[in-house]
Design a protein around this ligand. Structure first.
Ligand code: UDX
Length: 452
């Protein structure tokens, strides 16, 4: 492998497209592989099938430079690549907390028999610990010169390109010095740019991703547990989070209290981690993560209850405006979206719910066709008795109480992301409620503001 390495990337989802386009931008020749021929055609034409700021430019630059292409042919990919990245999805199994590994297993089962020269297969998908060791055996058996490494990805939707090209750390789970050298060659630029490299075992590399996600979810659920206490005791979780975050040992990131986490990663990865610990006979070690998940889901029910309270105790037939469908701003992803869950709960309570989102409406319509959607904020808010801000898009946080007040029938606002300044809303006659801020604390804020 003395010439420049040629890379393949299996799985043209979020991770795979980003990885393929970013690796091409580093100068490698890259072949993306997906069994979905329609998606392959779309990508080869330079169209991004997902919403990710900046990524389409990278995709097109790679295609235009002739360094990036997509195919659905495994034989073509096996013949092309020196390093094969596996970026296929690992969703939650229906009816179980475990990860569904069929795409990863399917990919390796199809690729391994086609390998006929020394190469490195690199797993990036999030998998239960122990998966890599089994796959390594399969690959070595199929082709003596081929081996497996594990190299988890920590990218966030919305900043996927930057997270890939300038990661905080690169984890190389390897079983040989040769595999380490190849990964050093692939990541030479990010390493030169200051990313740290941790060379470790396959198992630790798999655990690194699960543990990082578990920690992030725990931090969010911790602050949301404090929000519950604030609601019960008359505190304000926004002040509390500011005080906690000022301690450098704690830090302010991931301490935003509100509706909690969703998306295609944290919820299912946390559950799969617990399920794997149970299989390993270590269930006590991760039992707390069940509580982390439970706290997270409780915020959704609490938000719906608050809406019912503001509607005078009964939501039957009440027009409700839901602002947000994506699991977070800057994304069109509605997988395990807290916003859509709340919309569904409210509908179940009898409310006439209309959902608006600046980017995720198409995905939301596909995922929950039973809900009603509006193509503009103004239509969604028209005549509403309660407005819920469930995804903190800039379009929503920039709303003024006067403008929205001109559309709704009753001025009731639930700020489930703690994204608005309560004072102007209260001054404009809105009944403003936030998660983690007791009614008395909100009233005190109003009083403090008026006494100045
Ligand atoms: C996450 C991890 O950050 C990433 O490292 C991993 O590889 C995949 O999962 P992502 O799903 O893109 O990335 O979203 P992230 O920005 O981490 O947010 C996750 C969820 O937590 C969102 O629903 C967000 O609204 C919520 N969140 C985040 C909070 O509720 N409070 C916070 O303080 C931070």
């Amino acid at each position: 492998m003395s010439r420049e390495l040629r890379l393949t990337v299996f799985g043209a989802g979020y991770l795979g497209i980003t990885h393929a386009a970013c690796m091409a931008s580093l100068g490698f020749e890259v072949l993306g592989v997906d069994t979905n021929a329609a998606r392959v055609g779309q990508l080869n034409a330079g169209h991004l099938p997902i919403y990710e700021p900046g990524l389409e430019e990278f995709l097109r630059a790679g295609l235009d430079a002739g360094r990036l292409q997509f195919t659905s042919s495994y034989p073509e990919a096996a013949a092309f690549g020196d390093v094969h990245f596996i970026c296929t999805g690992t969703p939650q199994q229906p009816g179980s907390d475990r990860a569904d590994l069929s795409q990863v297993h399917g990919c390796v089962a199809a690729l391994a028999p086609l390998l006929d020269r020394p190469c490195l297969v690199v797993g990036k998908s999030t998998v239960p610990v122990g998966t890599a060791r089994r796959l390594a055996g399969e690959i070595a058996e199929a082709c003596p010169g081929a081996e497996l490494a594990w190299n988890p990805e920590f990218l966030r939707e919305g900043s996927a390109v930057a997270d890939t090209l300038a990661p905080d750390r690169i984890v190389a789970g390897v079983t040989s010095g040769r595999a380490e050298q190849i990964l050093r060659q692939v990541y030479a630029r990010p390493l030169a740019g200051g990313a740290s490299l941790v060379v470790t075992s396959l198992e630790t590399a798999e655990l690194a991703k699960a543990a990082a996600n578990a920690f992030l979810a725990t931090k969010i659920s911790f602050v949301n547990a404090m929000a519950e206490i604030c609601e019960a005791a008359g505190g304000d979780v926004r002040d509390l989070a500011q005080i906690l975050g000022a301690d450098p040992r704690i830090g302010p990131a991931f301490l935003r209290a509100g509706l909690g986490y969703g998306g295609g990663c944290l919820p299912k990865d946390i559950r799969a981690f617990v399920a794997r610990a149970e299989e390993l006979g270590a269930s006590a070690s991760l039992a707390f993560l069940r509580e982390v998940d439970a706290i997270n889901l409780r915020r959704r029910a609490r938000t719906a209850d608050l809406a019912q309270e503001l509607a005078g105790g009964n939501l039957t037939g009440v027009p409700v405006c839901v602002l947000g469908a994506a699991f977070k701003p800057g994304s069109d992803d509605v997988r395990d979206s807290p916003a859509l869950d709340v919309a569904q709960i409210l509908t179940g309570m009898g409310a006439r719910v209309t959902v608006y989102d600046p980017a995720a409406l198409d995905n939301a319509r596909r995922a929950r066709p039973e809900l009603s959607y509006a193509s503009t904020l103004a239509i969604a808010a028209q005549g509403a008795h309660v407005v819920l801000l469930l995804t903190e898009w800039p379009e929503f946080t920039a709303l003024t109480p006067g403008r929205l007040g001109g559309l709704v029938a009753r001025r009731n606002m639930i700020d489930a992301r703690n994204a608005l300044d309560p004072v102007p809303w209260q001054e404009a006659g809105w009944e403003y409620r936030a998660l983690g801020v007791a009614e008395e604390a909100a009233a005190r804020a109003r009083l403090d503001a008026s006494s100045w």
